[in-house]
Design a protein around this ligand. Structure first.
Ligand code: SAM
Ligand code: SF4
Length: 329
């Protein structure tokens, strides 16, 4: 089993399969986009599969595919199919912007994708455009419809941003009334790509909670799943749930069970660290499975205790200006 130097068990791998994206959400990327990695620098599907296969016996049983936008990468469905055949992997989840996803929902269901996180920051088409800088709201809502119709566990992610989508908070909570959706509100983080946008007036966990409670007096705490990043609630009588993710306040580090691989194979043992070592380079230099496993256990033996320490330890890029599209969220 994989444990870190603070006694936390690691069972969750987040794999960002591409840094490319067809949206330009202003909290993630500047309008002109980011400098995309040359294709040969991306981990190949074979390399990613090899890594998953060697990490599963070490205790990784949960996998998230993210990006950039995962479905921009050609061959994604075949890759998901192969991953679904790996014994010991109990959950394969996806995070997507939903622009290219509606038509393939039946395939995701067939492959056995456990849950899909869909990013929807606004239910108003004009505000959605203002945030994402692309006119794709109907496609995203169609994906939501398809996910619900196919009874795939669906979570919606919304980054809470003053001046952009505060008026969406209540309508988004209301989606949980008739649908078994997990609606998650996320504190904005500074991963906006080359400093094109400054966070202003952070809406943090207490502020978001207080705002929702004011509108829904019967908003109660429900138990949080083990290692959950969200504090979870439910409006009385609603089918779905509401979570708040204190991603900037970093209130969940004590039970963090996850590691991340960036599209170019950099291991991150914390979202806020600058990358620990490049797994792709080791593999391409001929490392054996045993050597690769050792490098993961070594990295976890020196893991920062929380996101503040990880950020403090960054050698480059401080203050942070990476795009979340190069990390995967
Ligand atoms: N493109 C896909 C999507 O948008 O769902 C997957 C990748 S995206 C980087 C993963 C998640 O990170 C999204 O839910 C997005 O809202 C979130 N995210 C991106 N930048 C963020 C930021 N600066 N602060 C908080 N969350 C952010
Ligand atoms: Fe693309 Fe997702 Fe970043 Fe938006 S949040 S720009 S959809 S990677």
């Amino acid at each position: 089993m994989l444990y870190d130097n603070h006694g936390r068990e690691i069972n969750y791998l987040r794999l960002a399969v591409t840094d490319r994206c067809n949206l330009r959400c202003f909290y993630c990327m500047p309008e002109e986009g980011i400098d995309y990695l040359p294709r040969k620098e991306l981990l190949s599907f074979e390399e990613m599969e090899r890594l998953v296969r060697l990490l599963v016996p070490l205790g990784i049983n949960k996998l998230r595919i993210t990006g950039g936008e995962p479905f921009l990468r050609k061959g994604m469905l075949a890759f998901l199919e192969r991953l679904s055949q790996i014994e010991g992997l109990t959950q394969i989840n996806l995070t997507t912007n939903g622009t290219l996803t509606a038509d393939i929902v039946p395939e995701l269901k067939r492959i056995g994708i456990h849950a899909v996180n869909l990013s929807i920051d606004s239910l108003d088409e004009a505000r959605f455009f203002q945030i994402t800088r692309r006119d794709v709201f109907p496609q995203v809502m169609k994906t939501l419809e398809e996910l619900l119709a196919h009874q795939i566990t669906t979570k919606i992610n919304a980054v809470v941003m003053p001046n952009y989508n505060l008026e969406d908070i209540i309508p988004l909570v209301n989606l949980t009334k008739d649908h078994p959706i997990a609606m998650r509100f996320i504190e904005e983080m500074p991963f906006n790509g080359k400093g094109a946008h400054e966070q202003t007036g952070l809406w943090d966990f207490p502020k978001i909670l207080n705002y929702i409670q004011t509108h829904f007096p019967e908003f109660s705490k429900i138990p949080d799943p083990v290692s959950s990043t969200s504090f979870n609630y439910q409006v009385k009588g609603h089918q779905g749930t509401v979570g708040i993710i204190a991603a900037y306040s970093r209130l969940f580090c004590g039970s963090c069970n996850r590691i991340r691989l960036t599209p170019q194979g950099m291991l991150k043992t914390c979202l806020y660290d600058g990358g620990v070592f490049n797994v792709r380079d080791l593999m391409r230099a001929g490392a054996t499975d045993e050597q690769l496993k050792m490098s993961f256990t070594d990295a976890l033996a020196h893991r920062a205790k929380d996101g503040f320490e990880a950020e403090e330890n960054r050698k480059f890029d401080r203050p942070i200006s990476e795009s979340m599209a190069t990390i995967g969220g």
